[in-house]
Design a protein. Structure first.
Length: 134
């Protein structure tokens, strides 16, 4: 399922690039709809969410960090694609999944190597401080 959705997302980026560029420019999302191989953007969003759940399941069930990191790439691709297609429910769910999965991996990294975990936590807190400062 993850491979099928990666192919569908890449197909959307290639075949529907005109629609994606119009949506990124702020045009009407009802005229320029990105739906890939599916009949509507909501069906595409549902399958993206199921693929995000699959990536998250793989990350949670694997005990080794070197198997977790490659699953982040499709997870981030799916989250970006859900933002582009305009399916807001899927976007919120995918962002929450990415955030919770990232926190899980940071905690797991911190347990294995306190030095790497401390560096990751300090980078994240620096990003949060710069993002929230006026």
């Amino acid at each position: 399922l993850i491979g099928l959705m990666v192919i569908a997302c890449l197909y959307s980026f290639i075949a529907e690039w005109n629609n994606i560029s119009m949506l990124l420019q702020g045009k009407d999302e009802y005229i320029y709809e990105v739906k890939s191989l599916f009949h509507s953007k909501n069906a595409f969003g549902l399958f993206i969410f199921i693929a995000c759940l699959s990536c998250t399941f793989i990350i949670y069930t694997s005990n080794n960090l070197k198997y977790m990191i490659p699953c982040f790439i499709p997870l981030l691709l799916f989250t970006i694609m859900s933002g582009i297609i305009g399916c807001k429910t899927v976007l919120i769910c995918c962002c929450l999944l990415v955030f919770m999965t990232f926190i899980y991996v940071v905690i797991l990294t911190y347990k294995e190597s306190k030095k790497v975990g401390t560096i990751i936590i300090s980078i994240l807190s620096t990003l949060v401080l710069f993002h929230t400062s006026p």
